[in-house]
Ligand binder design. Structure first.
Ligand code: IVH
Length: 675
């Protein structure tokens, strides 16, 4: 292959990967492999100037925005990319080159050293202090208007004080690693696509047609630049960051101003050493000139500023032995192969299991039990097996084949043509049922304590539970006879389930695991329709007309309530005593008692004991059985326990009557205390 052919090939490949990464939010290869291709192309272009081209991917930013549901936004100033270095030597060389260009002493140039957040760039424009427009970077010149979605991000100020005229704030939208893992777990539970890494999850979440989907994702924004005229009011980058922090933006607290190339390298080493201790994921360190006048003197190329550089950090990789390949069955029946590994420390934690995604991935990586394998964390979070290490002279096991039958129930595993996933087709598969029930009882859903994987497994095995509705009719005597249960734990389990029968419809909807329906959409739907019958009967148009519910969610809900299995399940839940209703204003109540302990004694009209306690818990409070100094208040109903009332009096804990209970639930406080 000639050099010209190789250059053309690299350009085409890189453009293809740019599309996958920036437009489809679904990268095909690890970032490090992508970087290697870009480096090779750059080296070839440097050695063969005649092959350079202004349209080469080495001269452009991101990927052009093609078919998109978002309106185009032309950036007032282009949103540039950053040039990269991959070693300390190259970083030092950049620092010295920069000092030379400024005719300054390399020991005296001031740099700001910041984390390079692994998210996606966002520009937010404020007009007279009001958030007016937010846009993605796109190809650097034209981005996408994502204003409605950005308004749902909690830590983006809607308004900034003392900021007349036009102010543009640039920064990175990201997902904290633990939020990302929780979100992927939810995606998995709902039978939806999991994201490859936090960056893609953030991008996928921001670029949603339906802002309520974005709102349900725990996105954050970190500001790293003040753009436009306003920047001229400042002399140094660090001062702009201080101003951003005062306006209420999150700025990286680890950013430091340092003097001289040596101190700059030292601070960037600090980031390398602490990369796993930060609350966001970084893929490198950004070093910028601090002095804005110096920046102006150096200027930018069409692609990147000359006054900044990104030091990229390599992903951490380790080798370990692959013990076995197994298959797990999820709530929707999806069969996912995973590697059982000899435990190994990678990127801040011990890894013993790693997903292998699907059949094709196992074949592609050609990993076999017994192999020495390379393990890393995708986007530094999800453990994955990269491939095996050749061990000359060692005999490998035979290639692994996807099982033909479900390891849990023995039903056939089916992979439909054109799809990469394989499913267990048995609707009564105990493994699926187990995951469905665990999800139904989880915090975000009915929040029934005590129904973890192990116990639910026991109940299913004993033939006591065939469907979520069976949870509500359990007999404590029968459960107490199971291994590991006693009288007390059996009663606790049954009571917990009974108390959950009045769970608001919105949380039951989450528990049912309807595709695309997360807590936010569930609440909007439950509030609009009030009870499950109205929701189930709603025609598609009225589902679509709910503000904040887009056509995808509406379509999925409509379909769900047309399935005979759904109607049977609802009938069983009703027969089990679930109310399946949403009181008006149920959304507002959720946090009124956050972190507060409210003791109930005696009976309160309109509430069973369990319902009163469930109402407290539903609002974020706890309902302990005894009074202590930590008790927020005691609700005194009819025929109260004398000891509790006395104890409250002794400790000076406020007592309220049954009539004040409603106001307590609604507002977290009450108007007058008992005499
Ligand atoms: S400054 C003109 N600072 O990295 C300067 N970028 O590879 C432009 N990024 O598009 C960016 N953390 O999305 C800057 N502290 C930081 C950053 C940062 C992450 C991203 C940003 C940019 C990309 C370039």
């Amino acid at each position: 292959m000639s050099v010209a052919e190789r250059v053309a090939e690299l350009r085409a490949e890189i453009a293809r990967h740019n599309r996958a990464y920036y437009v489809e939010d679904a990268p095909l290869i690890p970032d490090a492999d992508y970087d290697a291709m870009v480096l090779e192309l750059r080296a070839l272009e440097a050695a063969h100037p005649e092959l350079r081209s202004p349209t080469s991917v080495t001269e452009t930013v991101g990927a052009p925005v093609t078919s998109t549901p978002f309106a185009p936004v032309v950036h007032a100033e282009p949103m540039l990319s950053l040039d990269n270095v991959f070693s300390v030597e190259d970083l030092v060389a950049w620092g010295e080159r920069t000092a030379r260009a400024l005719e300054a002493d390399p020991g005296a140039v001031r740099f700001a050293v910041e984390p390079k957040i692994d998210g996606l760039a966002l520009s937010i424009v404020y007009l007279d202090g009001e958030l007016a427009r937010a846009a993605t970077r796109g190809d650097g010149r034209v981005g996408e208007d994502v204003t409605a979605n950005v308004r749902t991000i909690d830590n983006v100020p809607r308004r900034i004080a003392d900021a007349p005229g036009r102010v543009e704030v640039r920064g990175e939208v990201f997902l904290a690693p633990e939020d990302f893992l929780a979100m992927n777990a939810r995606q998995r539970e709902r039978g939806e696509r999991e994201f490859a890494n936090p960056r893609n999850a953030a991008a996928g979440s921001l670029r949603q047609k339906d802002p309520s989907v974005t709102a349900s994702r725990p996105l954050s924004f970190l500001a790293y630049q003040l753009a436009g005229e306003i920047e001229a009011r400042f002399a140094a980058h660090m001062d702009t960051l201080t101003c951003l922090a005062e306006w209420g933006f999150l700025v990286a607290p680890e950013t430091r101003r340092v003097e001289g190339v040596a101190a700059m390298v030292e601070r960037s080493d600090w980031f390398e050493g602490h990369r796993h201790d930060l609350r966001y994921q970084i893929d490198g360190i950004v070093i910028k000139l601090d002095d804005l006048a110096e920046r102006a003197r150096l200027g930018s190329t069409s692609r990147a500023p000359r006054w900044a550089i990104a030091r990229k950090l390599p992903p951490e990789e380790r080798t370990t032995r692959l013990v076995a390949i197994e298959v797990s069955i999820g709530r929707t029946g999806r069969a996912t192969p995973y590697a059982v590994l000899e435990p190994v420390a990678v990127a801040g934690s011990t890894v013993a299991l790693a997903t292998l995604h699907n059949e094709d991935q196992v074949a592609l990586k050609d990993v076999r039990p017994g192999d020495l394998v390379i393990v890393r964390k995708a986007g530094d979070v999800i453990p994955e097996v990269v491939g095996h290490v050749a061990e000359p002279g060692r005999r490998r096991a035979r290639a692994w084949h996807f099982p033909t039958h479900c390891p849990e129930c023995g039903a056939p595993l089916v992979r439909r043509e054109g799809e990469s996933d394989t499913y267990c087709v048995n609707r009564n598969c105990p493994a699926q049922l187990l995951q469905q029930i665990v999800h139904f009882c989880s915090r975000a859903a009915l929040d029934i304590e005590g129904f973890g994987e192990q116990r639910v497994g026991q109940l299913i095995e004993a033939g006591l539970v065939h469907d979520v509705a069976d949870l509500f009719g359990l007999d404590p005597g029968t459960i107490a006879s199971l291994e590991g249960f006693g009288e007390l734990s059996a009663h606790q389990l049954v009571d917990a389930a009974r108390a959950a029968r009045e769970t608001p419809l919105s949380r039951v909807l989450v528990g049912l695991g309807i595709r695309h329906v997360g807590p936010v959409a569930a609440r909007l739907l439950a509030q609009r329709f009030g009870d499950v019958d109205a929701l189930a009967a709603a025609p598609l148009e009225s589902l679509e007309s709910v503000e904040g519910v887009g056509p995808v969610i509406a379509g999925s809900v409509h379909l769900y309530f047309r399935e005979p299995e759904t109607l049977e399940r609802l009938a069983r839940l009703k027969a089990a005593g679930l109310t399946l209703r949403e009181a008006a204003g149920e959304a507002r109540v959720s946090a009124t008692l956050a972190g507060r302990a409210v003791v109930v004694t005696g009976t309160i009209e309109g509430y069973s004991r369990e319902a009163a306690e469930a109402a407290i818990r539903a609002r974020g409070g706890t309902a302990p059985g005894s009074v202590s100094t930590k008790t927020y208040c005691v609700v005194v109903g009819d025929a109260p326990g004398a000891a509790k009332v006395r104890r409250a009096e002794e400790l000076g804990v406020p007592r309220i009557d049954a009539g004040q209970f409603e106001s307590l639930l609604e507002t977290g406080s009450w108007t007058a205390t008992l005499a």
